[in-house]
Design a protein around this ligand. Structure first.
Ligand SMILES: [Zn+2]
Length: 107
């Protein structure tokens, strides 16, 4: 019984997360639309390019996290298959690796 309740809480948590990630994704999308609108100012183009690239990258990461929530693979390290600690996911919702694996990845 306690297992069932735990799963239910887990579903709720993922549901909340999906909602907040979807909102973030939409916010980025709106921002991207603004950024790609032609301001007619060539001096701003370079800054804009960098912002567009950063926004696209965030969108890709969020989209990836949403896909993993849908697949049921969310919160599982892609490298060792272990659980990614909840505290880490709170800071970095789109984390794909647990801390030790991420450190190895960055090396
Ligand atoms: Zn790992």
């Amino acid at each position: 019984m306690s297992t069932g309740m735990h799963q239910h809480a887990e579903q709720d948590r993922l549901g909340d997360l999906r909602t907040s990630l979807t909102k973030q994704f939409e916010a980025h999308q709106a921002r991207l639309t603004e950024l790609t609108a032609d301001t007619g100012d060539p001096g701003q183009a370079l800054t804009q390019d960098a912002l567009v690239a950063a926004t696209r990258q965030s969108m890709a990461q969020i989209g990836d996290a949403l896909r993993r929530i849908a697949d049921g693979g969310y919160g599982v390290c892609e490298r060792c298959g272990g659980d990614i600690p909840a505290e880490r996911l709170e800071i970095l919702p789109h984390a794909r690796f647990c801390v030790p694996c991420q450190q190895r990845q960055n090396r």
